[in-house]
Design a protein around this ligand. Structure first.
Ligand code: F6P
Ligand code: MN
Length: 325
């Protein structure tokens, strides 16, 4: 489990992990750089609309996956790329870039993959948005690895509080940005209860869902009168980080399955920089993360921007989804 000197800052926490041999100096430096970039992104998000055009305004460009890029998507990506450049990592993969940014051909071949600004449809709505990251060593050709190879992963959430959930492979620790600009470890140990009565799915897509998802959600919706014998509640933020954070706090199940819309044959979310880092955090907090049949962390990525159906959260509910026809 994580060493729990609650109240310590992220630098002290990372130093401890380094001293325990859990992470290398470069991983430490990369996480510190991501924290620096996140502070700037949080500040930009908090000042959105004061003396500047909306940070949710479209730039007119699209990323590789066809999402329209917003001003803050591009700014966040550039801040992260600039912060990572001097750290000694070998490559940066970003949702906002077609190809890897290669910094150096170091022996360690450390990669940071990131969704620089998750939930960008919420930039102008004053709802939580975030930055997701995955850190791993690339072996062999190219820059891709299975999620199991991650050495560290986490996400920042820019909401009422600026938060960081981090794993270096042994438990999950939560940090909050304080008034002095320091990420301080919170007095809370993230742990996802196995049972839950709360689910998150974009129900507007229900007519496109596969039978398995339809059957599962119908069971939840029939509540007390149905086979589950209890009522369920629903939440959907439209920001993966916000929906995920709630699940770390009090449990729940999140589903973004594949559906029959064109382009959604493998769902909506991207394996390398969205599903993998969240899945590692989820497993480290006692939950499950799957594509509907197998663990996300066992999937072999075939492209930087490949999509994957993503179902995660409280173990009993993910198992219950798996058992549907
Ligand atoms: O990054 C993709 C994302 O914005 C996630 O943050 C969120 O969970 C999902 O897409 C929302 O998708 P939709 O707009 O289809 O509900
Ligand atoms: Mn995203």
């Amino acid at each position: 489990m994580t060493g729990n000197k609650k109240g310590q800052n992220i630098e002290a926490y990372l130093l401890e992990k380094y001293a325990q041999g859990q992470i290398s100096q470069t991983v430490c430096d990369a996480i510190t750089a991501l924290c620096d970039a996140a502070k700037k992104i949080a500040e930009l998000a908090a000042q959105n609309g004061i003396g500047t055009a909306s940070l949710g305004a479209l730039t007119g460009a699209e990323n590789t996956d066809g999402d329209e890029q917003k001003a803050l998507d591009v700014m966040a990506d550039e801040l992260i790329c600039a912060a990572l450049a001097p750290t000694g990592i070998a490559a940066y993969l970003s949702e906002e870039r077609d190809d890897a940014v290669v910094f150096a051909h170091t022996k360690e071949r450390l990669v940071v993959a990131s969704d620089p600004l998750d939930g960008s449809s919420n930039i102008d709505t004053n709802l939580t948005i975030g930055t997701i990251f995955s850190i791993y060593k690339a072996e062999g050709e190219g820059w891709l690895m299975q999620g199991r190879a991650q050495q560290a992963a986490g996400f920042f959430a820019y909401g009422p509080q600026t938060l960081l959930l981090l794993t270096t492979g042994q438990g999950v620790a939560g940090f909050c940005l304080d008034a002095n600009g320091q990420f301080i470890q919170m007095d809370w140990q993230p742990h996802i209860p196995a049972t839950t009565s709360e689910f998150a799915i974009n129900a507007a897509n229900s007519r496109y869902w596969p039978a398995k998802t339809k059957n599962y959600i119908t069971q939840l919706l029939t509540g007390k009168e149905g086979p589950r014998g209890r009522n369920f509640n629903m939440r959907w933020n439209g920001s993966l980080v916000a929906d995920a954070f709630r699940i770390f706090r009090r449990g729940g199940i999140f589903l973004y399955p594949q559906d029959s819309r064109k382009g959604y044959e493998d769902g909506r979310l991207r394996l390398v920089y969205e599903a993998n880092p969240i899945a590692l955090l989820i497993e480290q907090a006692g939950g499950r993360a799957s594509d509907g049949t197998k663990a996300i962390l066992d999937i072999v990525p075939t492209g930087y921007h490949m999509r994957v159906p993503f179902i995660f959260g409280s173990a009993d509910e993910v198992d219950s989804y798996h058992s549907q026809q």
